[in-house]
Design a protein around this ligand. Structure first.
Ligand SMILES: *Cc1c(COP(=O)(O)O)cnc(C)c1O
Length: 360
């Protein structure tokens, strides 16, 4: 077994694994499970500082992103896609699948979105139903100021979808203060439950947009609206993965019991970046460093694959490469959630220093 130091999936604490092995009820028929699901959703909303309801969907983080787009997009809708990273740009695919017209707001991949420039753009261009943006775009590790962006969009009546899968719980996120309409999370990043679940918080305005559509949502599995009345009707659109949800609940309780988590992520993020620079390596980003992941340029003369392989072989530590336009260019250390502890981060950096010396 490797020590997992990737930017998701992350290490899973024993109490989360144990919770997943508890006895099961029939989640469709047992009224107690409806309460358990609702209370788990409320805990998500509480931790994300929002009055909006949360819904847990049975699928990976990607399902949350697709469900948000499927539920809001009607044929012909213009959608602003904030493109300063791979996941940001990727939203355009979902918009197109559901008949929308993506319009890119393009910005450099090595920097966080500049809110002043974003506001200046919106002043000229604001004929959009919604905007899609990413909090931490994990392939580069850039952290965008989504709360300020959300407030700017709100001024123009533009709804927002935010992918915070790899930031929330490791970086502060105040959903209501940012006036963010649909916020997407996943089980396997800073929350440190195993992969398998996604969840979304949904504002009244976003719900109203779904209810007021002229055309039906072109999906069942990726339809957020079908969850709206689950508690009143005591009915789920499909059987809920009860064991996954028990694990998620325990992971959320771990987060709630850890008020120092943001400070710890911040310290470890800084430590990681400093030690990378001390090793003579360079960081991919110029600014906007997320404290959940550090992205390092691969030095000349070595390949990312060689580094990753030697880290596993010599030290039993798994870190990650990247993908899409960043494939082969960078390596990534995930220090979010359970990975965010000084011992594992320092062990990983020591191992990296050793591996680079041997490969040089
Ligand atoms: C991990 C991640 C997702 C979800 O991707 P999966 O393949 O479902 O794990 C979505 N957005 C971002 C920014 C992520 O880092």
């Amino acid at each position: 077994m490797y020590k997992i130091m990737t930017p998701g999936p992350t290490q899973v604490r024993e109490n989360v694994r144990m919770a997943r092995s508890l006895a099961c009820t029939n989640p469709d028929l047992d009224p107690e499970f409806y309460d358990y699901y609702r209370d788990t959703c409320s805990l998500i909303s509480e931790l994300l500082e929002t009055e909006n309801p949360a819904y847990i969907l049975d699928g990976e983080g990607i399902l949350g992103l697709e469900a948000a787009c499927a539920s809001l997009t009607e044929p012909g809708d213009r959608v602003l896609v904030v493109d300063n990273g791979v996941y940001g740009r990727g939203f355009a695919d979902f918009v197109k699948i559901y008949g929308g017209e993506p319009v890119f707001y393009e910005a450099p991949y090595t920097r966080a979105i500049d809110v002043k420039a974003f506001r200046a753009y919106l002043k000229e261009h604001h004929d959009f139903k919604y905007a899609a943006m990413v909090h931490c775009d994990t392939p580069s590790g850039v952290l965008n100021p989504v709360e300020e962006m959300g407030r700017a969009l709100h001024e123009y009546g533009i709804l927002s979808i935010v992918d915070s899968v790899s930031a929330m719980f490791g970086e502060p996120l105040h959903v209501d203060a940012g006036q963010l309409d649909i916020v997407c999370g996943g089980s396997q990043k800073a929350l440190s439950a195993p992969p398998g679940l996604t969840f979304v918080t949904v504002s009244p305005a976003a719900m109203k947009a779904m209810e007021g559509r002229k055309t039906p949502i072109a999906s069942f599995y990726a339809n957020i609206l079908v969850f709206r009345d689950y508690y009143k009707d005591q009915w789920f659109p499909y059987t809920m993965p009860i064991s996954d949800i028990c694990g998620l609940r325990t992971a959320l309780e771990n987060v709630k019991a850890d008020p120092g988590r943001f400070e710890r992520h911040r310290k470890l993020g800084e430590l990681c970046r400093k030690r990378i620079l001390d090793m003579g390596l360079s960081l991919y980003l110029e600014n906007g460093f997320s404290n959940t992941v550090t992205v390092v340029r691969v030095p000349d003369g070595i390949t990312a694959a060689d580094i990753l392989e030697a880290m596993k072989r010599e030290h039993g530590i798994m870190i990650a490469g990247s993908f899409d336009v960043l494939a082969g260019q960078v390596i990534r250390i995930g220090h979010m959630g359970e990975n965010a502890n000084e011992k594992d981060v320092c062990e990983t950096l020591d191992a990296l220093a050793d591996v680079l010396k041997k490969l040089a």
